[in-house]
Write a protein that binds this ligand. Structure first.
Ligand SMILES: [Zn+2]
Length: 400
């Protein structure tokens, strides 16, 4: 299973100039047999060899590439056991002894890239689209907790409290009934409080993007009421029809529908929030260039990415600012630049190293006029001064 820590490690990996092969393979058992995905892998390997030869890679580079591709082929054919995995993401740089293999519970599009860096965009898109969700189930005696990560479910530590059953109406306890009832109510309340504390610990540990509640109708409203504000903010809905003995797979199917619905609502809210605070001196930016500038200042709290856009651009060799259009750096006026194949991908990588949250959104981004990137900021950006190249270099010595 892949974590944000792994992705950050990939982004920060320095291959010291050696090529890194990044390969994504769809191994989804519902559409492909092992023979079929081995065939697709073979085609990917052939195509990348041809492509690198056409680009004029020298003998050493071709040998390094062959070693990486041989290791990938060996891994998929001999070591990888599909079980219920649906995707594979492999990163290899044999030259530097670097190898990472991630089994994914979600299908990915087949792709291979050879570059001096790991190609992480598909991985980040997958992680940010599905995110991490938690399901909390509570009834009169038990509480169960599940973590849904990248489309697979794990049951976490739950709890069981010894709460007696309610007295029946007209029982022989007579006047004592109401006292017993009161005591049972109090025990249920303590049990629910116990469940809330348990959930809070899991949330602190797993940091889910959202929580889905489930449970018996007599206890669920109380559970909701007792949640702290921090927990309540993460609740996106309820999954109904689950029993205390539900299997994790049943919990998964029930919760997935709520997760999908909440994802599109969350995207819409994120964009609305940015729009509300956008504008000069504001805490939101809605264009690619303004977002690249915000990343340059380390101001991005949440990066919003249109998954369909790729955009070539430049990186200033003097200050490092990325930009998509123009012939000189908008920050310092430097005209020497490095070409950037895809500023959107580079922006995603930069955001990861800055610990920003990342949200890939679907086609609805077009409707609000976003041209690839947008962001919610930690602090407003300094006003952009129209850059005027100085007539001569300032004399630094005279200022000392
Ligand atoms: Zn610059």
């Amino acid at each position: 299973m892949v974590t944000w820590h792994d992705v950050r490690e990939l982004v920060e990996y320095d291959s010291k100039g050696s090529p890194v092969v990044s390969l994504y393979l769809n191994v989804d058992g519902s559409i492909r047999s092992p023979i079929k995905y081995a065939e697709v892998l073979h085609q990917l390997v052939r195509s990348v060899r041809t492509e690198q030869a056409a680009l004029g890679a020298d003998e050493t580079a071709c040998a390094a590439l062959d070693a990486d591709l041989a290791e990938i082929t060996r891994f998929v054919g001999a070591e990888f056991n599909r079980e219920s995995w649906r995707g594979l993401a492999l990163f290899s740089c044999r030259d530097q002894g670097f190898w990472r293999a991630f089994r994914l519970p979600h299908a990915v599009a087949d792709t291979v890239q050879v570059c001096h860096r790991a190609y992480v965009r598909p991985l980040v898109e997958l992680m940010s689209t599905l995110g991490r969700s938690m399901v909390a189930f509570v009834d009169r005696r038990a509480a169960r907790f599940f973590c849904i990560d990248l489309g697979s479910i794990t049951e976490l530590e739950g709890l069981q409290d010894d709460v007696p059953g309610r007295v029946r109406v007209g029982s022989t306890y007579g006047v004592a009934d109401s006292k017993i009832e009161h005591s049972i109510d109090e025990q249920i309340r303590r049990h629910v409080q116990h469940a809330v504390e348990h959930l809070d610990r899991h949330v602190t540990h797993y940091q889910p993007d959202r929580i889905i509640l489930a449970g018996s109708p007599d206890v669920l409203p109380q559970f909701r009421r007792l949640l702290t504000n921090g927990l309540a903010r993460l609740v996106v809905g309820e999954a109904h029809g689950l029993m205390a003995i539900a299997k994790p797979d049943d919990v998964f199917s029930e919760a997935m529908e709520t997760i999908r619905r909440s994802r599109s609502a969350e995207d819409a809210t994120a964009i609305r929030r940015i729009r509300e605070v956008a504008g000069p001196g504001g805490l939101g930016v809605l264009s690619t260039d303004a977002t690249l500038r915000a990343l340059f200042f380390g101001a991005v709290y949440e990066l919003v990415v249109d998954g369909a856009v790729t955009l070539t651009g430049h990186r200033c060799v003097s200050c490092g600012r990325m930009y998509a259009e123009g012939c000189a750096c908008p920050e310092c006026g430097e005209s020497r630049v490095e070409a950037v194949d895809d500023v959107i991908e580079s922006a995603v990588e930069l955001a990861i190293t800055q610990d920003a949250r990342i949200r890939f959104i679907g086609p609805e981004s077009e409707r609000i006029g976003m041209d690839g990137l947008g962001a919610l900021l930690h602090f407003p950006l300094p006003q952009a001064a129209a850059y005027v190249r100085p007539a001569r270099e300032p004399d630094m010595g005279s200022q000392r």
